[in-house]
Structure formats: C-alpha cells, structure tokens
Design a protein around this ligand. Structure first.
Ligand SMILES: [Zn+2]
Length: 158
C-alpha cells in the first residue's frame, strides 16, 4: 500500500544531484511508484541516495578481504571471500555522485524485500523508470538490481 516517506527517506532524495534534473526525476519516480502501490500488497522504501566514498568502501568490504601487504585503495588488492553486496569500488557507483537512488519494494506484511522474480519490481518500478528515461537496475545484464535506478549515461555526466 501507499505510505508516507519518512524524514530520513526524504533526506535521501534531497541528497541527490541536480545534474540531468536527476533529483526531481527520482523524486517523481519515488512518488509515482509509491502511488502505484495503492491496491498492491507492497510498499516503496527509499533506502539509498547519495553514498559517500567511505560508505561505498564499507559496502565493498562486505564479503571481501584485503590481500596481505596490499594497499586498500586499489581494487585489485581485494579478494572475494563470501557473498558480496556491490561490484562497485569507491568512485565506480552512480550513488557516489548522487546520480542513483535505491527504491526497495517490500511486502506489506512480511516487511521484507520482494524476491527478485516478483513481477512487481517491473510493473511498479521498472516500467516507470524506463518511461522516465532512467536506467533501471532490473535491466542490468550482469545481475538483477531491482531497487536501483540511475541517470542514463551518468558516467559522462558526473
Ligand atoms: Zn543502487
């Protein structure tokens, strides 16, 4: 069902970059997806906006270990030791430039993220993101990132 975003969630939207009008487009998308949850047994949560390089490094380190004697600021210094949560080294994510937002879809009752195969990722969020001319992480070839929406071509616009 539709819900009211918290101050923290609104702050994540406010943290986004104005480049490419991304902040306003992401705000509209969040509101539209939230409205689309009326009548659906799911709800939208704004879980990430701008992510600092320090925060990106903390995420990067989950599931990885630094090779002995290697400098942590080089991507190749790290090896995967368990399941990882990001493939982006600090500076490689659109979030690091405020050019991505993560809009999670949670079940109304379970309060857990919907599984990746749930069609509502596409119907509630993905199709709206595409219609707004944004890149949806559910369309990534390498892995499904259903909550992730970023500015098209952000690498050349950051
Ligand atoms: Zn993301």
């Amino acid at each position: 069902m539709k819900r009211t975003f918290t101050e923290a969630e609104l702050g994540r939207i406010a943290s986004l970059s104005a480049i490419g009008d991304f902040r306003e487009r992401a705000r509209a998308l969040a509101n539209d997806a939230n409205s689309a949850c009326e009548g659906e047994t799911c709800n939208v949560r704004v879980v990430f906006g701008l992510r600092t390089l320090e925060e990106q490094m903390a995420l990067w380190q989950k599931g990885r270990a630094l090779k002995p004697g290697r400098p942590p600021k080089h991507k190749s210094s790290w090896s995967i030791v368990s399941s990882v949560v990001t493939r982006a080294f600090p500076g490689e994510s659109a979030h690091n430039y405020g050019l991505a937002i993560d809009l999670a879809l949670l079940g109304d009752e379970s309060k857990a993220w919907l599984p990746g195969h749930d069609p509502r990722w596409r119907t509630v969020l993905g199709e709206r993101a595409r219609a707004a001319g944004l890149t949806w992480g559910g369309d990534f070839k390498s892995f499904f990132d259903g909550a992730h929406v970023e500015l098209l071509g952000w690498e050349s616009r950051r």
